[in-house]
Design a protein. Structure first.
Length: 195
């Protein structure tokens, strides 16, 4: 598959507009609906706006690959968490990118809870197998030692809850205003930081 070129936040917004209506295989929502529901849940929980941005963009890596549909349905782990975090590090700090990078390991940690695992959608169960299954032992301990582990667990819970068809709490333009506010703060900080 050909990767999609993203040079600016405007390109990222255009990608969500262009491919956002694609459906996840085994999920009852589109990419855009899932992203908007996840961001809305983060905002409703009183999360900082950096986490609202992380929630909105946590699955952007799926759209960056250029792979149509859902790679996990074809037995492929597209490593969307790494791809998305890497791209977003151009514009945001670790308070946005690290929960995104860790939201797959967070699923693997939470999957040790039988009730959580049973509630996973068809696609989440399929991708869990491709991602290595339940995280246990030293790898689980290492996850909890990461600075953004708790943020990733919160993001993962919103992620699983944001799969309800026909529920649109926000429009993309409204949610994108939060993205631009957070990015503007990052730029201001970068311009005022000592050399």
């Amino acid at each position: 598959m050909t990767a999609i070129e993203i040079e600016s936040l405007h390109d990222l917004y255009a990608l969500l507009q262009r491919r956002g209506d694609e459906q996840y295989t085994g999920e009852p929502v589109t990419h855009r609906a899932h992203a908007l529901q996840c961001a809305w849940l983060a905002a409703r929980a009183g999360a900082p706006d950096t986490m609202v941005v992380a929630a909105l963009l946590h699955d952007i890596g799926h759209l960056l690959s250029g792979w149509p549909g859902t790679p996990s349905a074809d037995g492929i782990d597209d490593r969307h968490e790494d791809t998305g975090a890497w791209l977003l590090s151009r514009w945001f700090g670790p308070e946005v990118t690290e929960p995104i990078r860790l939201h797959v390991p967070a699923k693997r940690v939470l999957a040790a809870e039988p009730a959580y695992c049973r509630a996973l959608s068809e696609d989440s169960q399929r991708s869990l197998r491709l991602q290595g299954g339940v995280l246990t032992g030293p790898a689980r301990e290492a996850f909890f030692a990461r600075p953004y582990a708790q943020a990733a667990l919160a993001l993962r819970r919103w992620d699983e809850a944001a799969k309800k068809p026909g529920i649109a709490r926000w429009e993309l333009k409204e949610a994108w205003a939060v993205v631009e506010q957070v990015h503007a703060r990052v730029r201001r900080f970068a311009n005022t930081a000592p050399a």
